[in-house]
Design a protein around this ligand. Structure first.
Ligand SMILES: C[S@@+](CC[C@H](N)C(=O)[O-])C[C@H]1O[C@@H](n2cnc3c(N)ncnc32)[C@H](O)[C@@H]1O
Length: 277
């Protein structure tokens, strides 16, 4: 995975300067106007991130939320930044026409291998989606907000391509989690999880990740015109220690009850929103 800045042309994409790798010194977000593309071309996300790692619990937590939030029947649906289609089996039976949109040709080629003609693939950059206004009954975007430094533009684009009354199911990487609070209180991190501005964390890989405070992101969605219909707290027990103690099966059982119950406090690493245009 490499990093690029977008100017609506992927050919002219330039690498972003690398910065401090510690969360103690969060890097400054790139200047306004320079949107970052996390380039998954040539990166085997499926194998490295999902198959070689113990992430069955996280995968099931995503699926539980999607089953609860996605409309049962859709004529037109798009999975935005959908990667290789990890979650396609959650929507293929619900949608008459399903499209998978992603920047990475590597991911889209894998999706084609897995699903053939059952799914349309469309490459492009989220900051200028190659779809007409009012195109889709529903869309989904999971595990992607952490790559985006301009969520206002992303949210406006998602709103634009939905039909009036259309539904967007969006997962947001949460800045205000319990572990992040403890890291802040015990001075392991300078990132204040209570402040509203987006956090740019660089502890996990070169390009880092953006985390969003729920209040900040909800304001962004509302400014685009979305109505927040439902919220779920997801991946509540994302911890290697908890996996060891309880086992994946039990954690998934606990996750099932926790998603609605814990939604009001918004402390989980993933917050899922069901938005309506
Ligand atoms: C962590 S993966 C998530 C994939 C899938 N949604 C899932 O949950 O398995 C993030 C995806 O975002 C895509 N992506 C990153 N920046 C993008 C951009 N600017 N436009 C479109 N897709 C982008 C990557 O290619 C990658 O497939």
């Amino acid at each position: 995975m490499t990093n690029k800045t977008a100017n609506n042309s992927t050919k002219n994409a330039k690498p972003v300067k690398s910065a401090n790798k510690s969360t103690k010194n969060p890097a400054k977000p790139p200047k306004a106007g320079k949107e970052v593309i996390a380039d998954y071309n040539g990166y085997d996300y499926k194998k490295i991130f999902w198959e070689d790692a113990d992430r069955k619990y996280e995968d099931m937590a995503d699926r539980l939320a999607i089953r609860r939030l996605l409309p049962e029947h859709m004529d037109t649906f798009v999975d935005i930044a959908g990667g290789y289609g990890r979650l396609a089996d959650e929507y293929l039976d619900r949608a008459k026409v399903a499209t998978l949109f992603d920047y990475s040709e590597t991911e889209l080629a894998q999706a084609h291998e897995l699903y053939g003609d059952k799914i349309h693939t469309q490459p492009g950059d989220i900051y200028s989606l190659p779809f007409a206004d009012d195109s889709f009954d529903a869309l989904m975007m999971v595990r992607a907000t952490h790559h985006f430094n301009n969520m206002t533009k992303v949210s406006d684009e998602l709103y634009r391509i939905l039909k009036p009354g259309g539904v967007a199911v969006i997962e947001v990487a949460n800045k205000k989690t319990l572990p992040k609070m403890f890291r802040y209180w015990f001075k392991k991190s300078d990132v204040n999880p209570f402040s509203l501005e987006p956090a740019h964390l660089r502890d996990l890989n070169e390009q880092g990740f953006y985390n969003y405070h729920p209040k900040y992101i909800e304001e962004v969605f509302k400014k685009s015109g979305f109505k927040i219909d439902k919220v779920l707290s997801v991946s509540n027990f994302r911890s290697a220690k908890l996996k060891k103690m309880f086992g994946t099966k039990n954690l998934v059982r606990m996750e099932k009850s926790a998603q609605k119950l814990l939604a009001p406090i918004r402390f989980a690493p993933s917050i899922y929103y069901r938005l309506v245009k």
